[in-house]
Design a protein around this ligand. Structure first.
Ligand code: NAP
Ligand code: MN
Length: 272
């Protein structure tokens, strides 16, 4: 029989359960005439947790415009995962019915200026966090050319709407619906007393606005981009904006509504 013409890439974590699901999925995809292609896929399936989908995003971040993602969670239902591991047949069926529909969410563009005016550009699906290595971070926060505040504390996180339920939420930030194209700045343990002052609450910045963080001490800082960590010397500035690309997810009947995910993850069933 003719193949479906759809190229599927699969990325899985090393846990035995995920590897087994990966094996079963490959078999089912082949039986249903899909083409397995990790280098140039139309659809990327990640097997594992939300963390695995973050890895899948970074593996294919140069191909965002032509790739659609779908996540299979081997634990509970996640934020970036629409299928549980026992729903492979449902996934295959939805892939067969797929007409190319997608759901797209904003991602974050991070420009790091360091050393001799070197610029390093990164993209984040959840958030980027800057902290100073081992000491109080002191940094100016500039929003759209307005010098907003001088921050002192552990660090600052800038998150996407879909990242708002991750580290941002632990920092006391708000949960943002992903159709709101905005970034959120959240403080990590800011120092607030009679001398030092920051806003104290998180801030939501609209599309096209630029956030700049200028550390006072351009020594060693730790930058976390989703599940990756970098130590960078001589940072002179970091710029944060909504990226011109978006992440696309496969839109199938199984694409869970955002509020259902939030409820499922944080509230659960409440007894009346
Ligand atoms: P991890 O330590 O396994 O992740 C921490 C938890 O965050 C896991 O339960 C993960 O889900 C969940 N998660 C990831 N993205 C999420 C999202 N968009 N909304 C809600 N929950 C989310 O590390 P990881 O799996 O590599 O994930 C990296 C992310 O962890 C970072 O981007 C950061 O947001 C988050 N993190 C949170 C804290 C904190 O809350 N204090 C500290 C460090 C990092 P799975 O179990 O499905 O992977
Ligand atoms: Mn994880």
């Amino acid at each position: 029989m003719k193949n479906t013409g759809k190229r599927i890439g699969i990325i899985s974590n090393r846990r035995r359960q995920s590897q087994e699901i990966c094996r079963q999925l490959k078999q089912k995809l082949k039986q249903n005439h899909f083409i397995l292609n990790d280098n140039n896929p139309d659809i990327v399936i990640s097997i594992g947790g939300d963390g695995m989908l973050l890895s899948a995003f970074h593996k294919y971040e140069e191909q965002l415009d032509k790739v659609r993602f779908v996540g299979v969670h081997t634990g509970h239902l996640g934020f970036y995962t629409d299928y549980r591991d026992f729903e492979l047949d449902k996934l295959i069926n939805n892939l067969k019915l797929d007409t190319g529909a997608k759901v797209s969410y904003p991602i974050l563009n991070v420009k790091i200026f360091h050393g001799n005016n070197e610029i390093c550009i990164k993209r984040a699906l959840n958030e980027a966090t800057i902290k100073r290595s081992g000491r109080t971070m002191v940094a100016d926060v500039i929003i759209n050319q307005v010098h907003f505040e001088r921050f002192r504390g552990d660090g600052i996180s800038v998150s996407t709407p879909t990242g708002s339920t991750a580290y941002n939420k632990s920092l006391g930030g708000a949960v943002l619906h992903p159709t709101i194209e905005a970034l959120q700045i959240a403080e990590v343990a800011s120092l607030n007393n009679r001398v030092f002052r920051t806003l104290g609450s998180s801030i939501i910045v609209p599309k096209k606005d630029k956030i700049e963080i200028v550390p006072t001490w351009n020594d060693r800082h730790a930058i976390s981009i989703d599940n990756q960590n970098f130590m960078i010397n001589n940072i002179s500035k970091i710029e944060f904006q909504i990226d011109q690309h978006k992440i696309n997810f496969l839109a199938t009947p199984s694409h869970t509504s955002f509020w259902n995910r939030v409820k499922d993850a944080f509230i659960g069933e409440v007894e009346e």
